[in-house]
Ligand binder design. Sequence first.
Ligand code: SAH
Ligand code: SF4
Length: 362
Amino acid sequence: MIDCFPSIDSLFKEAVTHLLLDKPFDQWKLGDLPLYRLEQLRHWIFERGCFNWDEMSNLPISLRQDLKEKWDLVPMYLQRLQGSFDTTQKFLWKLRDGQFIESVLIPATEGSKGIRASRLTLCVSTQVGCAIGCKFCASGLEGLKRNLSTGEIVGQVLLARNQAKRRIDNLVFMGMGEPLANLPALLPALDQILSPKGLGIGARHLTLSTSGLAPKIRELAKYPAQIRLAISLHGGDDETRQKIMPINHRFPLDELLSACEYFIEERKKMITLEYILIAGVNDDLRQAELLASHANRLNAKINLIPYNKVEGLEWERPTLDQIKSFHKKVQQGKPPRVTLRMEKGHDIDAACGQLRLKEMKA
Ligand code: SAH
Ligand code: SF4
């Protein structure tokens, strides 16, 4: 992989040209270029991570000039990088229209049979802001600005891979935005991320997280690849969920859980229920019992995540004792699997939307 990062100049020339990555590479025509030229271009971008026309040395200079005039290659510019090489790194990207989004790169050491391997997970954004308006979340505070385009979604992975200088193993769509509210741009992005000619990341290594858009979960069940699905549950009954997630008025628990059943039935695949723990809101033991019973009904895994404080919002993480009792109570319900995830990157505002919020206030 070579080190060619976008220059600011290339970005802020008026974004009048189209972004090349918005078109899936298998649909490129580019003025009827011969296939081998299109293949050379794909190779530069997807295999080598090159975002500079001038470095594409096996393309004739006149062709590069022509493409440069018609197409924007660079989807976004790195505005700020927080964190260090071997820990969680958070990217704040500036898009071509000046909006900000974030991606977070999280290293983890995993192992089995005595072999330890370091794996990289990238947390990807799908929208600028979010319209869902969960009350605990920094991403939704300013509402939705716009959907990300296909190229802006794929671009996050390509540019983060350049930054990491190595392969990215897992993707989680848990950055800013509601992925299922942007399926028309997201699905072509997934096609390219999954394709061996694109980023070549296996479907099992890709997780979409949703606040529970029941009809879209049913729609996603038809997508051919075996991607993973995580549901942001955050409440065991309607009353509790509604306190922090207004979307529950539109798609109450019953409707959400039956959409999940449909997805599981169609895909023959386990899903995950995510549950953030917020002090005095959803951390009482009755909720733990309900959570375990929903997981049993769906044969789903549970991921408990202590709340990550957002500046300016009233919500707090429960005490460690309360977190442990909640965890224990869930385990007593004997769901298929429970994990307690102590958030990595807690100290660098790793929860979604927090860094962008700081940039906007600065
Ligand atoms: N919109 C999607 C995906 C993005 S949010 C969704 O809601 O699922 C990804 C996850 O981060 C969700 O489970 C969300 O509830 C959680 N989250 C948001 N703000 C958080 C915070 N401050 N602390 C911990 N988790 C948070
Ligand atoms: Fe949007 Fe997800 Fe944040 Fe809710 S938790 S506001 S759906 S990004």
